[in-house]
Design a protein around this ligand. Structure first.
Ligand code: BES
Ligand code: MN
Ligand code: ZN
Length: 456
């Protein structure tokens, strides 16, 4: 059950006291509460919940440990699953009330499509410093991304991903056009077609636009590989197991689009999703093939498992044609990004130092971890091909996330500003603000950057 957020406090609402280990000793507490905490050996350990009884045998209040307090405001998200049913409020306005409340909202998520129970019914009263509408918009975008990633490919192939985009478009009266199957060849998206043609579900390019035509152009491109077998360069079982999440970039850009449209930010938003399944069949593209691309560059296939950059290249080339003010792409692009930074800290790449600063700042403010990595030009030579303009992989295996970003950069020329996110899109284990499974990454930070740049 998602946490229901309340604007005013019902009479029977019970307080939650946020306790740090350092603040516990000096904290003003009712005598019984302190005695109960001491009897239970509670002094604010991170993530620990202590229910304090009242004389009638009910619950007087709850204490929730924040540890040293260094873990950030989203840590309050554990409350969504830990508190007993009923109405709750913060005993005192927390330090970062908006983010702590958002944490509670995000922590209430569960993926229930296949019959798992949604958990307890909790209603949480928003503190003064939290804006209900903003939290609802953010949670909706994050939940959309999580739901799409968590849905397995048998229920979310390219056709269903298109449906999801159409559904979102309908809510906000956006326009959608889709180019699918052989029409991709006529419309000059040869690499989207080549990667997706071996699947039983036709490959497609979803093109979604919203907002005032003359407003600043913000274009989001998301990798929509609904399943990545690796293609003929097939992945081992362990590497394939999680590949339903290879449309995590698409899921995240839809989540971000939802936030932007719900906030009615004055931009001309465009969302491009190349949606394919990297499957194996007699007509699959092969190692050694040379593909034409929309941009005109010829691409030699060194490895069919480096498919994301191919479909993104054609989508980025299209996006670039109208020279958008801001071009953002998101993709579960490389395993190498995880080797470098782990699953919770996605790297981003941009040549725009001002934008990089804005992203880094927003990332810290909203606790949406991101780390800039370099578009290190000297490594571009690793992508050279003896017979084509470029190879889709390097042969030495070094700097895999950087070289993937450099590959994409070849297809972007006119955009005023471009940034690429190599995300993981997945929580390997439960966290306070979200359970193990599909996860939104970078979009809360980007929502803030975009609102600051273009908002009212
Ligand atoms: N979708 C994968 C990357 C990936 C794997 C992301 C695991 C997150 C978790 C991508 O299509 C891929 O297979 N990349 C290859 C590239 C290689 C062949 C150059 C990789 O990272 O191994
Ligand atoms: Mn792959
Ligand atoms: Zn992939």
């Amino acid at each position: 059950m998602p946490v229901e957020l309340l604007a005013s406090r019902p009479r029977n609402s019970r307080p939650v006291r946020l306790v740090t280990t350092t603040g516990f000793a000096e904290m003003a507490l009712p005598g019984e509460a302190r005695a109960w905490a001491e009897a239970n050996g509670f002094s604010g350990e991170a993530g620990r919940l202590l229910l304090v009884p009242n004389p009638e045998g009910g619950i007087a209040e709850a204490m929730f440990g924040l540890g040293s307090g260094q873990e950030g405001a989203l840590a309050a998200g554990s409350l969504a699953k830990a508190l007993p049913e009923g109405d709750w409020h913060f005993a005192e306005e927390p330090e970062n009330a908006a983010l702590a409340s958002l944490g509670v909202a995000l922590g209430g998520y569960s993926f229930t499509r296949y019959g798992k129970k949604p958990g307890k019914a909790i209603r949480f009263v928003l503190p003064k410093g939290a804006d209900a509408a903003s939290i609802a918009r953010t949670a909706e975008g994050v939940f959309l991304a999580r739901d799409l990633i968590n849905t397995p490919t048998n229920d979310l192939g390219p056709a269903e991903l298109e449906e999801a985009a159409r559904k979102l478009a309908k809510t906000y009266k956006a326009r959608v056009t889709v180019t699918a199957g052989d029409a991709l060849l006529q419309a000059n998206f040869p690499m989207i077609h080549a990667v997706g043609r071996a699947s039983a579900e036709a490959p497609r390019l979803i093109d979604f636009s919203w907002g005032r035509k003359a407003a600043p152009k913000v274009t989001l491109v998301g990798k929509g590989v609904c399943f990545d077998t690796g293609g003929l360069d097939i992945k081992p079982a362990s590497g394939m197991l999680l590949m339903k999440k290879d449309m995590g970039g698409a899921a995240n850009v839809l989540g971000l689009a939802s936030m932007i449209m719900a906030a009615d930010i004055d931009v001309r938003l465009r969302v491009l999703i190349p949606a394919v399944e990297n499957a194996i069949s007699g007509n699959a593209f092969r190692p050694g093939d040379v593909l034409q691309s929309r941009k005109g560059l010829t691409v030699e296939i060194g490895n069919t498992d480096a498919e994301g950059r191919l479909i993104l290249a054609d989508a980025l080339a299209l996006a670039d044609e109208e020279a958008p003010d801001l071009l953002i792409d998101m993709a579960t692009l490389t395993g190498a990004a995880r080797v470098a930074l782990g699953p919770d800290l996605p790297p981003f790449y941009t040549g725009d130092d001002v934008l990089a600063e804005e992203i880094a700042k927003a990332s810290v403010e909203v606790e949406d971890p991101l780390w800039r990595m370099p578009l290190w030009k000297p490594y571009e030579a690793k992508l050279s091909s003896k017979i084509a303009d470029i190879n889709n992989v390097t042969t030495d295996g070094f700097a895999g996330s950087i070289t993937a970003a450099l590959f994409l950069q070849r297809f972007v020329e006119k955009a005023k500003s471009w940034v690429h996110f190599d995300i993981f899109g997945w929580n390997p284990s439960d966290r306070p603000h979200g359970p193990a499974g599909g996860e939104a990454q970078a979009i809360r930070a980007l929502d803030r950057v975009i609102a600051r740049r273009f908002g009212k």
